[in-house]
Design a binder for this molecule. Sequence first.
Ligand code: GCV
Length: 712
Amino acid sequence: MTKFKVLLFLLLAFFQAKAEDGYDLWLRYKPVDNVSLKAEYVQALKAYSAATDKSPTIQVAVDELSIAIKGLLGVELKSADQVGEQTLVLGTSASSPYIASLKLQKSLDPLGDEGYMITTKKGNVIIAANTDIGVLYGTFHFLRLLQTQQSIKKLNITSTPNVKLRVLNHWDNLDRTVERGYAGFSLWDWHRLPGYIDPRYIDYARANASIGINGTVLTNVNANALVLTPAYLEKVKVLANVFRPYGLKVYLTARFSAPIEIGGLKTADPLNTEVQQWWKDKADEIYNMIPDFGGFLVKANSEGQPGPQNYGRTHADGANMMAAALKPHGGVVMWRAFVYSNEEPDDRAKQAYNDFKPLDGKFDDNVLVQVKNGAIDFQPREPFHPLFGAMPKTPMMMEFQITQEYLGQGTHLAYLSPMYKECLDADTYAKGKGSTVAKVVDGSLNNHRLTGIAGVSNIGTERNWTGHLFGQSNWYAFGRLAWSHGLSSEEIAKEWIRMTFSNQEDVINPITNIMMASHEAVVSYMTPFGLHHIMGWGHHYGPGPWIANKHRADWTSVYYHKADKNGIGFDRTASGSNAVAQYFPEVASKFGSLEECPEKFLLWFHHVPWTYKMKSGKELWNAMCYEYQHGVEEVENMQQKWQSLENEIDAGRFEQVKSFLKIQKKEAEWWRDACLLYFQTFSGKPIPEDIPKASQTLEYYEGLTFPFAPGN
Ligand code: GCV
């Protein structure tokens, strides 16, 4: 190569990498490469018409359309003098005389406050809703059609969200560290707020609006009361102002002991009138500054957080006290059911149900009980939480994990939509067959209007937001499923790939395959057959099945796998902790039977002999060895598929994912080798010859320490 060519090559590589660093997420708006579709779009989008006195939300919609149309089609979107043919009309019957003239109101009424319609009328594309935020959501849907290159000739779309509150939970601390965050520091630059508005806040809000997320809890559930002081509320107010046009409400975590810590009271007892008054005054103060404040998310009496039980009161007493303070302003309390105590001898998996089930019907009507998908803690795979379906009188809000605490953290590719769907589609049998978790959460099973779904965010200051580029797909999938839980994981993956990478089939197919296999792969090389909580101590990074003898038994691995000479697994049947009895009988009998229990949950519910014959015909020990190996092979497959994309994807993103897959492969092998060597000390059986030999001894793996593992 001549010097000139080298320079040119470097320059090209630089610009290419710069252009595609992942910052733009799925809102890249790259030129449409399909010639006939492009012509169709250009033809249909001659001009747009929106209300002249645009609200901030409509202005956002128009701005987004302009950026998108410029990027996708290379043309400026002009404002129409009057609505003729090929005009994009957006608005409500109230804001747009043209929409009013179409007499759509009958069809719009059922769409509620956030739904929208996209329809073709007299050669014009109409994006109509009852509210401006509905119009914005419709606008993003319309843009998704263009981004994923679908025809817009004859549109007839209506859409409404399944769930009312679709909320990100940031576990962000005021010092900007993020608990279980693997993408840098917190986005919220508290020190520079309220004076400095980082433009990134706006892009954050855009991204959330584009997938229908309508709430954000800014702070960690392990809460700091300081966020409720006037100086911090000034900062929160600025964020709320920035997010408002995007339909994104702000919520805060409320530390239960705040009346003592920042209020100068001697107690935080929820039945104490001074305490009640303190929360009322605090709510008034907040709403005075932020009139559309969403409410509080509370972690109480769990993992050292204070709560009502400190005063001999119940979770309902605590939640209702805060609910009463928020109610006059329309706010809600999202009260977490993630509670357990090491002083309680019963199986950790049973404790939340034991505490909460008796409280059904005792919560005020602006309280939601927020329940993690499974009863332990965001494990790579968990059976659905038995509380779903068990509290029919209480709105049950789902809490999913988007960050990957137990799922390979910042470097493993794990597309989590299949994990979310597995839980949502699970049948609780609460009211007979078909009583899915999704129906509990969306309120349809028990007629709740207040409904919600939360995702623990994976977002941070890293340029591409999520650290691992594919972490973006989990943020995306969470939002899409929160809006519409009937979508399939594959559909969502394909949408995301088209918008994030390319509309070419030879890009879409391999990446879809990678994504769809990825969650199972992680389960196979970390926690096959229902094993759980066998990660490293504290930081939960890497394998740690040997963790024992710590100050809390329920944070050790041996508590969960219970491996011994006879076998492995936690007996949660009637002969053990009887956690199965917390499920409805149809589910309990299935999970409780060794023969009927799905093998993916086998060791979650049963202590199984090493010689137990699995469905494959293999003995459990051998099946486990091959499952760990299978996980590693799946990562190798992912690597090969990714490699085939070398010339299809920009160098920057290609290389980063490639490097992370290499780390993932190494760590999958580490998991396999460390776990098999450790469990072999109990099974006493050989690891099959055709499984690669561990490169190190068990002592070596046990001796590894990671004092600075991120997110801890
Ligand atoms: C925010 C797990 C995590 C904690 C987290 C907790 C929770 O225990 O390890 O970091 O704390 O869940 O969800 O409250």
